[in-house]
Design a binder for this molecule. Structure first.
Ligand SMILES: NC(=O)c1ccc[n+]([C@@H]2O[C@H](COP(=O)([O-])OP(=O)(O)OC[C@H]3O[C@@H](n4cnc5c(N)ncnc54)[C@H](OP(=O)(O)O)[C@@H]3O)[C@@H](O)[C@H]2O)c1
Length: 315
């Protein structure tokens, strides 16, 4: 007889109200996978789009959630894992072994969860694709957000000369400055007021009309690294503009970090080491029980969160 667990399940795509805490059968591990008894699950912006059915819709019913921390059932080790096909908002998850990292003793569950998905995305944008060098200047969009607040700190730790964070409210901009940003501004057009010659690297997570503005904020030889986009109007980018300004546009997707052998583990080791040195701290906006995941989605959609939202799957 299959064991049951509690999970936040969707039976149809829609607003935050479609997320319901229910008892469902535990998932079963296949070849190359392990069962994890989850302690905390993470909320990521893409979860909102998957829930709405506008991005990578899974077969229904579905348990969303792309990152978890807990104990691996086979050996009791404390691990954090990324779940390519969801299943995180649950008391038990199944993760591929190569997408699972052991959490060092002196890194808390909450920190590990803040750092794994969003920290690896920020690091991949800045370092792996953005090739940030010490002394270069950096701008980060949604800088108070899950990816953004880590990107600001990572840019600082990598020796950026100037870090500019973008955020929509004065309170968020105060938060961004507290992370080590030299300047916090509201719009991409204001980046040049902070760095008149333009920035060398711009991490953008909004796309649409924000993308041309991000490119316009670059210095010669600068690059925009796009990590995401909102479902707003597409922004055509003219090749001539890139050439005539000697700037570049790159993208990065965590899927390729997962596909590159050993890259996730190396990146996580780097981020955990920075966390242990006090150079990188994941900010937890709130921890919600499974029954409140819908409300947490609504709060992220309403731009009310800063840092990472966690789900206590036993709450
Ligand atoms: N490429 C990858 O593999 C990868 C991996 C992880 C995440 N991502 C992407 O990285 C971005 C950040 O993800 P995250 O999980 O850390 O989310 P997040 O940044 O915490 O998302 C919430 C923030 O986005 C900003 N925002 C701007 N326009 C918004 C809108 N129309 N509706 C709601 N929020 C809006 C808000 O900040 P302000 O109020 O300050 O504007 C809001 O607080 C997302 O685009 C996500 O898809 C990509």
């Amino acid at each position: 007889m299959s064991r049951t667990m509690r999970a936040a399940v969707i039976h149809r795509f829609g607003g935050p109200e479609v997320l319901r805490a229910e008892s469902v059968p535990e998932p079963v591990a296949g070849e190359g996978e392990s069962v994890i008894d989850v302690r905390l699950a993470g909320l990521n912006y893409a979860d909102l789009e998957i829930r709405a059915g506008t991005y990578d819709p899974p077969p229904l019913p579905a348990v969303l959630g792309a990152d978890v921390v807990g104990r691996r059932r086979s050996d009791g080790r404390r691990v954090a894992a990324l779940l390519r096909h969801g299943g995180g908002y649950a008391q038990v998850a199944v993760a591929r072994d190569e997408h699972t990292v052991e959490v060092p003793e002196d890194v808390t569950d909450a920190q590990a969860l803040c750092l794994l998905e969003q920290g690896c995305t920020a690091h991949s944008a800045l370092a792996t694709v953005g090739r940030l060098r010490a002394g270069e200047s950096v701008a980060v969009s949604s800088a108070a957000g899950g990816v953004g607040h880590l990107a600001v700190q990572l840019a600082r730790a990598a020796g950026a000369s100037t870090v500019v964070g973008l955020a929509s409210t004065p309170a968020k901009r105060d938060f961004v400055r507290s992370l080590g940003a030299d300047h916090a501004v509201g719009l991409p057009e204001e980046v040049r007021e902070a760095v008149p010659g333009g920035v060398d690297l711009y991490v953008d997570s909004l796309g649409g009309p924000y993308l041309p503005a991000a490119l316009a904020a670059l210095a010669p030889f600068g690059r925009v690294v796009s990590v995401g986009w909102r479902a707003e109007a597409p922004a055509p980018v003219a090749l001539g503009d890139l050439i005539e300004r000697s700037v570049g546009l790159h993208g990065v997707w965590m899927r390729h970090v997962l596909l590159a052998p050993g890259l996730l583990a190396r990146t996580a080791d780097h981020l955990f080491a920075l966390a242990r040195k006090g150079l990188l701290t994941g900010h937890v906006d709130r921890v919600v029980p499974l029954a409140e995941v819908g409300r947490a989605h609504a709060a992220v959609a309403a731009r009310q969160t800063a840092g990472k939202v966690l789900v206590d799957v036993h709450g």
